[in-house]
Design a protein around this ligand. Sequence first.
Ligand code: IMP
Length: 179
Amino acid sequence: MTTRNYVIDEMISAKAIAARVEALAKEISNHYAGTDKLVVVGLLRGSFIFIADLVRELDLPVEVDFLEVSSYGNSTESSREVRILKDLRGEIEGRDVLVVEDIVDTGYTLKHVLEILATRHPKRIEVCALLDKPSRRETSVKARWIGFEIPDKFVVGYGVDYAQRNRNLDHIGAVRFTD
Ligand code: IMP
């Protein structure tokens, strides 16, 4: 894949992310207090750093599992279906499920993931997304917990990539093309 020339402008610092993750974890821990059946499901690959930081701040017994779905790329088909590339290892029937997503953009990925998981009859599914781009939404899906609302910019870092690069940045930056 050819990529364009770009620079990265810091949008959310590592410090700000850490503070927000701690606050989210407190809210989530309070919400699930008393439950011993929580499965935290990270959507690969973009959520891997967020979920690692989030679960370490949770004051709850949790199981961690991962799901990877195909991205539909720049497809303009109205369906924008996704396929499972890597399925969960565990059963979620009757369990509380917290889906951890990096970015809710149009919302199609999350919509389809929630539909797939719902067929397995979990007790309840909630969503925690690090970033939300509400101005881009084309579906009615909502994350119960959101780290940061951001404008319609392409971002990288803290697990999020551009052409598989920059996932290892400790902060969130906006990509600015220079060519
Ligand atoms: P949606 O289905 O349009 O909501 O897209 C969600 C997925 O697209 C996210 O999980 C990301 O993997 C990817 N995505 C959306 N916006 C960005 C971005 O700004 N940078 C990198 N990936 C993005």
